[in-house]
Design a protein around this ligand. Sequence first.
Ligand SMILES: Nc1ncnc2c1ncn2[C@@H]1O[C@H](COP(=O)(O)OP(=O)(O)OP(=O)(O)O)[C@@H](O)[C@H]1O
Ligand SMILES: [Mg+2]
Length: 317
Amino acid sequence: MNPRTENLTPRRDAAGVSLAQALVYELRVRDAMTCRLRTASPRDSLRSIQLLMKEHRISGVPITRDSALLGLVSIEDIVHALDQGHINDPAEARMTRHPVVMRDHYSLVRAVAEFDRFDFGRFPVLDVGDRLVGIITRGDITGALMHHLERRAEEAVRKEAERTAAAVPDEPHRRFILNAEVRAGDFDSAGKLSQRLRQILRARGVEPSIRRRATIIAYEAETNMIIHSLGGRLTATVGADRVTIEAVDQGPGIEDLDLAMREGWSTAGPLARKLGFGAGMGLPNIRRSTDQLDIKSDLANGTRLHAEVLLQPARAP
Ligand SMILES: Nc1ncnc2c1ncn2[C@@H]1O[C@H](COP(=O)(O)OP(=O)(O)OP(=O)(O)O)[C@@H](O)[C@H]1O
Ligand SMILES: [Mg+2]
């Protein structure tokens, strides 16, 4: 494989073939291609194709007649036409005839090789009956890999959860699922832990609305520790009837808790604001999302937030 191919297919790790590498063999072009096609007819002007590309943010338009592929107009053709003053010509006068195509049954490894071999930005995809069924770019391949990697990762988390559940028979109803350090000023990591919690809760089959509320609490508590504290720890447990989230930090504490709970009140500094924090909505959002909330904060010991979300929401009277 040449170096370009390696960009999409990570090198072997110690355990053998990496997951991404396995996936490029498993997945087909039809799993990655874009099926919602924007096509044009041979009589359409390059100008109208330019507008089509702009409107749908695409970089290549197949020219077809009754789903038979006649040619391809790419963004490069449009730039050239603008440059040379023939943007009002019909597509058939300027399109690439007999473009190199891919077949929908090709493996992605083969597709990547085709991209490297021809250096085109996109390929039309035909099925066995020579019908145009899609178009594929490198971005589509990367997107499909990411999508499938995420699905596999979630599956792994679910299996792990099942495994640990089986390993603690004497404590079937209180399971610790997340326990991680949150570092002060680590803006890059903001949202990572809450994202992970969301995945675990999904893998555990926790209902979407409950999952969303738990994730909001974890996210706001996590970012508050990053922005306002000296660092702390975020933990989450799933019990028989509730998800419990605790955020405990090392200070400096909240001076006036009533004020801090008000919508729009914030002491976030200029950097945090520049990064999109500091609307003063975190604690109010946490309050809205919890079934039970307890925040203790003092300037000597820091802040301790304890929030619970019931798995079965209390029914309205
Ligand atoms: N863990 C914490 N340690 C110290 N101060 C905190 C902590 N959490 C919140 N605060 C204080 O409470 C204020 C309000 O918090 P809140 O999360 O509602 O808003 P914010 O973090 O400023 O903005 P947003 O959450 O909308 O990005 C903060 O500006 C900060 O002064
Ligand atoms: Mg906040």
